[in-house]
Design a protein around this ligand. Structure first.
Ligand code: ADP
Length: 272
């Protein structure tokens, strides 16, 4: 379980990015973090693992107070938090397998990792993870030979290799086409359910968030202005989060997406 308590972040420039943000994410729950640009989404995600240092407030992961940890202990605690990035952050020249194993680096003594020698159990586990994300036959390919969707799958497998207790996911589908975006979102949600993992996904695509996550937190100007199920995101709430921006277009896109997906499913089972 992740608990964020009265989190505030004021940057040195004086920008107040977060004000009194509090929420709890139970095990297995996937939260979509939405809000207009500059609302504080990236800052919030980065405050959870202290890539950005919060100004006040606390972050607790399964009762461990992340905000109170000194350097060495913070590094150990970070192993328990898997991050998945928009730009994948893979090592291009390494193979898919090596990229996944790099998720274990925090656990393997430096000299062994330097020689790229990982314990057999780690390698077996990496194969299982590659199988789970659908990349078994690509294990030996170089990362730079993969498509965007495949690269994101490697990112997911690498984060899981850490055996995390929490996933922080930053714009996972920003560089992907709509169909691949849906596949990646579905994979993330299924994996969190299987492993009882809590997750926060910073996602700019409201339609996609509504379709896949169980809970949405809406930020505006650093404050939580909505926290509830996707069904409760009505016109009034979206206007509170986004102001008068034209989010009706987003809703229409969501309906079209759902139709396309149903067609695809029907084709797969031979209905049409
Ligand atoms: P979002 O991810 O929702 O677009 P951010 O967390 O990036 O929002 O930004 C929230 C606010 O904090 C913005 O006003 C932004 O300008 C400011 N901000 C973000 N990063 C920094 C930084 N490194 N230094 C100063 N201000 C920052």
């Amino acid at each position: 379980m992740l608990t964020v308590e009265k989190l505030t972040k004021t940057y040195k420039t004086g920008d107040k990015a977060l004000s009194d943000v509090s929420f709890t994410v139970p095990k297995g729950q996937v939260v979509g973090l939405i809000g207009p640009s500059g609302a504080g989404k990236s800052t919030l995600i980065r405050c959870v693992n202290r890539l950005v240092e919060p100004t006040t407030g606390a972050v607790l992961l399964n009762n461990l107070d992340i905000t109170a940890l000194p350097g060495g202990q913070l590094r150990r605690a970070r192993r328990r938090i898997g991050m998945i990035f928009q730009e994948y952050a893979l090592v291009e020249r390494l193979t898919v397998m090596e990229n996944v194993l790099s998720g274990r680096l925090g656990y393997v003594p430096f000299w062994r990792s330097f020689l790229r020698r990982f314990p057999a159990a780690d390698i077996e586990n990496a194969f299982r993870l590659l199988d789970r994300v659908g990349l078994m036959e690509h294990a030996d390919k170089r990362a730079d030979a993969l498509s965007g969707g495949q690269r994101q799958r490697v990112g997911i497998a690498r984060a899981l290799a850490q055996e995390p207790e929490l996933l922080l996911i930053d714009e996972p589908t920003a560089s992907l086409d709509p169909k691949t975006s849906r596949q990646i979102m579905r994979l993330i949600v299924e994996i969190c359910a299987e492993r009882d993992l809590p997750a926060i996904i910073n996602i700019h695509d409201v339609a996609l968030a509504r379709q896949f996550v169980q809970r949405i937190i809406g930020l505006r100007a650093g404050r939580v202005v909505f926290d509830g199920p996707p069904d409760a995101l009505d016109t009034a709430v979206l206007t509170t989060i986004y102001g008068e921006e034209d989010w009706t277009a987003m809703r229409k896109a969501a309906e079209e997406d759902r139709d396309a997906e149903r067609d695809e499913a029907e084709r797969m089972v031979g209905l049409v």
